[in-house]
Write a protein that binds this ligand. Structure first.
Ligand code: GRF
Length: 203
C-alpha cells in the first residue's frame, strides 16, 4: 500500500508510520510527504528516511481551491492508495475531499464526536472530563466529522496539564494510526457506501 502523508509540523505521527512500515507492521510504504510549511520538522524526518518530500505553501495561492488543486497534482504524482493527514493544519475543500473519498484519513486528538476543532486538551481540562484520547477517522466534508474507525483512550488525572495530556495522547496516537493503516494494508479495513467495515462488520 502506497501512503502519502500530509503534515504541517513536528511529524511524530509520520515517524510512527515510517517506523511501522519499516518494521513490517504496515504492509506498505510512505511514498511521499507533503507539507504546507517549509519549516515543518517532519520534512527532516522524511528526508532522513529517504522519502521524497514537497512543500506547497498555502500563502502562494490566491484561493483554497487553487492550493488544493496544486496539492492534488503533487499527491497524485506519487500514486497513493491512501492519503494520511498527520497534523496537517489546513481545512480541505469539498472537491479535494471527494477526490480522495474512502482513502483519506485523519487523526484527531479527542474522543470524537466530542471536541472537534482546536485546543482539545485545554477544553477537556476545562470541562473536567476523566477520559480523553484520539480518533482515527475517514475524512468527509464536515471538519473532524467523518466516520470514526478507531479510538484510543487515556485517563485524565486531576494533576494533568495541557502538556502532560498532549504527551499522553501522542503516545496512544503512535500505535493507533499504524494499527489502522495495517488493517487497511492487509485488506481487513475497507470503506463501503460511506462506512468503514472491519472484517466485514460495520464499526
Ligand atoms: C496530533 O496530536 C494529531 O492528533 C493532530 O496534530 C498532532 C500532530 O502531531 N491532528 P505530530 O506532528 O504528528 O507530532
Amino acid at each position: 500500500m502506497n501512503i502519502v502523508v500530509l503534515i504541517s509540523g513536528s511529524g511524530s505521527n509520520l515517524q510512527a508510520i515510517i517506523d511501522a512500515c519499516r518494521a513490517g507492521w504496515i504492509a506498505g510504504k510512505v511514498v511521499g510527504v507533503l507539507s504546507n510549511r517549509a519549516d515543518a520538522y517532519g520534512l527532516v524526518r522524511a528526508t532522513e528516511a529517504g522519502i521524497p518530500v514537497a512543500t506547497i505553501a498555502h500563502r502562494d495561492y490566491p484561493s483554497r481551491e487553487d492550493f488544493d488543486t496544486a496539492m492534488q497534482q503533487q499527491i497524485d504524482g506519487w500514486q497513493p492508495d491512501t492519503v494520511v493527514l498527520a497534523g496537517f493544519m489546513r481545512i480541505l475543500t469539498p472537491g479535494f475531499v471527494r477526490h480522495y473519498e474512502g482513502r483519506l484519513l485523519n487523526i484527531h486528538p479527542s474522543l470524537l464526536p466530542r471536541y472537534k476543532g482546536l485546543h482539545t486538551h485545554r477544553r477537556v481540562l476545562a470541562t473536567g472530563d476523566r477520559l480523553h484520547g484520539c480518533s482515527v477517522h475517514y475524512v468527509n466534508a464536515e471538519l473532524d466529522g467523518g466516520p470514526v474507525i478507531a479510538q484510543g483512550v487515556v485517563q485524565v488525572h486531576p494533576a494533568d496539564n495541557e502538556q502532560i495530556l498532549t504527551e499522553k495522547v501522542h503516545k496512544v496516537e503512535h500505535w493507533l494510526y499504524p494499527q489502522v493503516l495495517s488493517w487497511m494494508a492487509s485488506g481487513r479495513l475497507v470503506y463501503r457506501d460511506g462506512s468503514p467495515l472491519l472484517d466485514g462488520q460495520k464499526l
